[in-house]
Design a protein around this ligand. Sequence first.
Ligand code: G1P
Ligand code: ZN
Length: 544
Amino acid sequence: MQIETINTTPYADQKPGTSGLRKKVHVFQQPHYLENFIQAIFDSLDDYAGKTLMLGGDGRYFNRPAIQIILKIAAANGFGEVLVGQGGILSTPAASCVIRKNKAFGGLILSASHNPGGPDEDFGIKYNIGNGGPAPEHITDAMYRHSREIAQYRILDAADIDIDEQGSCRLGEMAVTVIDPVDDYADLMSRLFDFDLLRERIGSGALSLCFDAMHAVTGPYARRILQEQLGAAPGSVINAEPKEDFGGGHPDPNLVHAHELAELMFSTQAPVFGAASDGDGDRNMVLGRQFFVTPSDSLAVMAANAHRIPGYKDGLIGVARSMPTSRAVDRVADSFGVDCYETPTGWKFFGNLLDAKRINLCGEESFGTGSDHVREKDGLWAVLFWLNLLAVRRQSVADIVREHWKQFGRDYYSRHDYEAIDAGLANDIFDQLRSSLPRMPGKTFGESTVESADDFRYQDPVDGSVSERQGIRIGFENGSRIVFRLSGTGTAGATLRIYLERYEPDAEKHDQNTQEALEDLIELAETLCGVKKRTGMTEPTVIT
Ligand code: G1P
Ligand code: ZN
């Protein structure tokens, strides 16, 4: 086995987005494309010689060949050991858990999250640092810089290794240890939640459930924890077999894509609790019988009830939400007298706040919730949190949420996505929105008068770093808000996201249909950005 140095030329498009580098599989399959990016990642890191790297992914198409290549590049670059999930599998939160537990130097997560998988679909690579969280911007910027300058990469000339058997072997000077992908994670969950109580309520059938793994990575995790450890009836976890193409589906846990679960939960056969997770296991959708919990409300309810859950019995330290997430959790933080931070979209911005112990709960409107237990959002963790809460309160999901609204008021909330629109056109929309900002405050549209209008800028309170242009916020005097953002994870054209929010304190008015409750704001958003007029689209591609 010998280390080879291969000459290469840079690709111009290896700039990591909201969550690592995501491209179509055929882009990654271009000669040296993957190798260049991995070498660029390693070139951005210091002092890793002899240290441990974690490696795993969501099992999508191209996961296995990518793992073999990365192992050989890691060996040639001097890592001491790589921990690989068996079969190349590790959910994103489990990867974060493994990095932390083993004090690894960092890790590579192979996933394009909720994007479809397969030869013509998406693949992705994300680097996480030693705290288990996504690399901060100064590191992702360095990766991009190195990818633009790369002239050579190093790779070990060796045969592929068997990643399906647990145990250790050597690849040149480096050790490769294949680990069970579920063990460490399941152990962590059993220390955060009341497994005895859950076993009693779930095992007796009082707390019936359905978990849709969407043919993605959480299948083995959910089967082990929900069915084997907590006694949920066999078949409670559906679509549990991870597949390279996610069964041809779109592994995004929302009412549109998790339709099998949605149909069940809105039928007369619905169990007490329903949930789904995404391709790499970090997102969650929570449902009760005939009841959908918006992710923003879920975060607020979890914050209000954290003290009832063993792992959080000392209560909230502080909370954080991404800027476009509704302000429901702000009101909870206020009532407990703790800080609530508003961060740009993307999990990486929560890491510093968690490390500095300024917060212990955080979330995003995009079906992401998490806590200080790892440094990624965590789908199955959120599911266990809700189950533990249902077991303690012995109420239905709907009753818990309705009581919450009664106490804090309801934030009607929806996100409208316009996908794959022309990138030039999207930029024009933003240029125009930005230039209109200074004239906005004081303007009245129908019943709404603009109170504030800006392009969100975040200064990290821990390290002082600044992130500009994180989305356009327009706040109204009546408490409503419209936010415009361009997606940083899409792989085709541009995706415009419009976030709409209206606060309703009056409990008599908490039973409206969300889209109807937001009708005026939806119209106003179109007046402001003209996306329908300019693209000819009559409706958003996805409404969540
Ligand atoms: C989307 C979500 C964002 C999430 C990210 C990764 O990013 O909006 O909240 O952190 O996926 O799961 P976007 O495509 O909007 O940049
Ligand atoms: Zn994901």
